[in-house]
Design a protein around this ligand. Structure first.
Ligand code: CU
Length: 151
């Protein structure tokens, strides 16, 4: 007499949940501390680098003591420094010299008065080189740098 068929060898195991997409690893977090240089129109760092997609927390300390030197930090699309500064200038001090409707303006801090620190958190854009400026009137041509976003 033939043996009774054995039970199936495999035991049902719940299927693992679908793997998240490979890019779902937590975004790296990057802290950047930037400052203005004394009573000048300059950032203390003119080159910054972050990985694409990183969560970036940037602080800007205004080290000026002269009331005529408010500053901000404005990240823009390549080649648009002058136009972004101009659109901010049109809206003036009440807007912090920022036109948030300007599609070439990617990220900005509020305007900092001398002695103040301002901050912004943003997600790093796709890889590339992005200019940053201070959009306070007359500053952008000197007060600038480049953020390199690495792949
Ligand atoms: Cu400035």
């Amino acid at each position: 007499m033939a043996p009774a068929p054995s039970a199936p060898a495999s035991v049902a195991v719940p299927a693992p949940p679908p793997a998240p997409t490979p890019s779902a690893a937590p975004a790296p977090h990057v802290e950047i501390q930037l400052a203005s240089v004394a009573n000048t129109m300059a950032f203390d760092k003119t080159k910054l680098s972050v990985p694409a997609g990183a969560e970036v927390h940037l602080t800007l300390k205004n080290n000026a003591t002269m009331a005529t030197l408010p500053h901000n930090w404005v990240l823009v699309k390549p080649g648009t420094e002058a136009s972004v500064a101009a659109s901010g200038l049109k809206l003036g001090e009440p807007a912090g010299y920022i036109d948030v409707r300007d599609k070439n303006m990617l990220v900005h801090t509020p305007l900092s008065k001398p002695g103040e620190t301002v901050e912004v958190t943003f997600t790093a854009p796709e890889a590339g080189s992005y200019p940053y400026i201070c959009s306070f009137p007359g500053h952008y041509m000197m007060m600038k740098g480049v953020l390199t976003v690495t792949p």
